[in-house]
Write a protein that binds this ligand. Structure first.
Ligand code: SAH
Ligand code: SF4
Ligand code: F3S
Length: 406
């Protein structure tokens, strides 16, 4: 308490209450957590209600247009609050800040700053500059630097925690904006990852999820010679040293094998039998594989630039089931991609029926700026996309119901 008061007087700052809302994937959840830790270090506090906030931050997603529309709507609603509180600072950070930079400043005069996903460590400094009278700030230069910042020693954690092992993507699936907003693939050195995991475990984390747009490419471009399976093996070894998640010497309340490690996402092109064996053999690794299929039609997969065939996917999923006996598998599917005919959709329907995913995330295709598919004719009508979406959702629901009854 005294330290906090001291900081407040030292910095002579009021306006220290922040509201952060996160959209999008777990990568964004992770980034918001990191930003909170950095702001906490500077004496900020957080609120769950907009009306108490001095600073409002939206950490945003651009993967589908709908995600962006929600943010435009929410920020629009802040107009009234700003009228009551002229000093309110509003920031849009994350993927949409990269994708929609000019548009956001044009459409939303209320927004004070934009900051891209690779630059988030600069947010506290940006807020200071705005408080000191700087005009609007657009901070979007980071992903060229290709460095994933080291973890904060003050990182807070509950029982569940995310650890970024790599970021960005070089796959350029023709529909996907991620490479344009998160930059090219880069991995973190294993030493840094292991230190972070150990520190989290000592602070009580039990369920740790390793994050990357394509975790199977982990290690590329690093000086050390390491791949994803080797990283998993090292992490598993670490969890056997701290099996109960307790600080050595402190009383432990856990049981042996309490620490669970999950990871995603895996790309079917890079998933290997070696990975499946690691999932089977390493004690701490949760037996769940998220392996997005996207479509059951070779023609569409090719147009999506996914670099595998339906047959290859089926073989991989079959091998996984054989090797990891009680393993779960889940997938992502896009319906209504340009050129998807009724036959292509039926192929997707049938493969979903056959594969019996334990979870399937089904999306309606949404054209995205910068992407190759944005140049294709978006020729499946919205009604048709909705019909296909509902059909697949119903199918997946019935698959899950059946599984529960078994
Ligand atoms: N890196 C992960 C996740 C990417 S985004 C991966 O490669 O799987 C998560 C999911 O959103 C994708 O798997 C895809 O199914 C969906 N998606 C991405 N871009 C999309 C778009 N333009 N329209 C609809 N769904 C999309
Ligand atoms: Fe997007 Fe494809 Fe990369 Fe996944 S693998 S992030 S879908 S470009
Ligand atoms: Fe995630 Fe959305 Fe960005 S899915 S990587 S927050 S575009």
């Amino acid at each position: 308490m005294r330290a906090t008061l001291h900081n407040m007087f030292k910095n002579n700052e009021l306006q220290k209450t922040v509201y952060i809302r996160t959209f999008g994937c777990q990568m964004n959840e992770h980034d918001s957590g990191r930003l909170k830790d950095l702001l906490l270090e500077r004496g900020y506090t957080f609120c769950d209600s907009l009306e108490f906030a001095d600073v409002v931050i939206f950490n945003t997603c651009s993967v589908r247009k709908h995600a962006e529309d929600r943010v435009y709507g929410k920020v629009g609603e802040l107009q009234k609050l700003k009228a009551k509180k002229p000093g309110l600072i509003v920031g849009i950070i994350g993927c949409m800040a990269e994708a929609q930079k000019d548009e956001i400043f044009r459409r939303l005069p209320i927004v004070n700053f934009l900051c891209g996903p690779a630059d988030l460590d600069n947010v506290p400094g940006i807020i200071d500059r705005i408080k000191n009278g700087a005009g609007r700030i657009m901070y979007l230069e980071g992903y060229k630097s290709k460095i994933i910042p080291a973890f904060s020693r003050n990182r807070k954690t509950g029982e569940t925690a995310y650890v970024k092992i790599m970021e960005g993507c070089d796959k350029f699936c023709s529909y996907c904006i991620v490479p344009y907003v998160r930059g090219m693939e880069r991995s973190r050195p294993s030493k840094e990852i292991l230190e972070e995991i150990e520190s989290l475990i000592k602070k009580g984390a039990k369920n740790i999820t390793l994050l990357g747009q394509n975790v199977n490419s982990y290690g590329k471009g690093l000086q050390e010679k390491i791949n994803f399976v080797a990283l998993l093996t090292k992490i598993d070894k670490l969890t056997s040293i701290h099996p109960r998640g307790a600080i050595p010497g402190a009383p432990s309340q856990g049981r042996e094998g309490d620490i669970k490690i999950s990871f995603f996402t895996s790309h079917p092109k890079d998933a290997s039998l070696e990975l499946f064996r690691a999932i089977r053999d390493l004690k701490s690794i949760v037996k769940i594989l998220h392996l997005p299929i996207q479509s059951g039609s070779d023609k569409i997969l090719k147009r999506m630039n996914r670099k595998y065939t339906v047959a290859k996917y089926k073989k991989l999923a079959g091998d996984y089931k054989k090797i990891v006996k009680s393993g779960n598998i889940s997938g992502d599917i896009i319906v209504g991609f340009p050129g998807e005919t009724e036959k292509d959709f039926n192929d997707t329907f049938n493969i979903v029926k056959k594969l019996q995913f334990d979870a399937a995330y089904i999306f309606k295709y949404s054209p995205r700026p910068f992407t190759k598919a944005a140049g294709f004719k978006d020729d499946v009508s919205l009604e048709e996309k909705e019909r296909r979406h509902t059909l697949l959702l119903d199918l997946q629901r019935s698959i899950l119901l059946n599984k529960k009854c078994q």
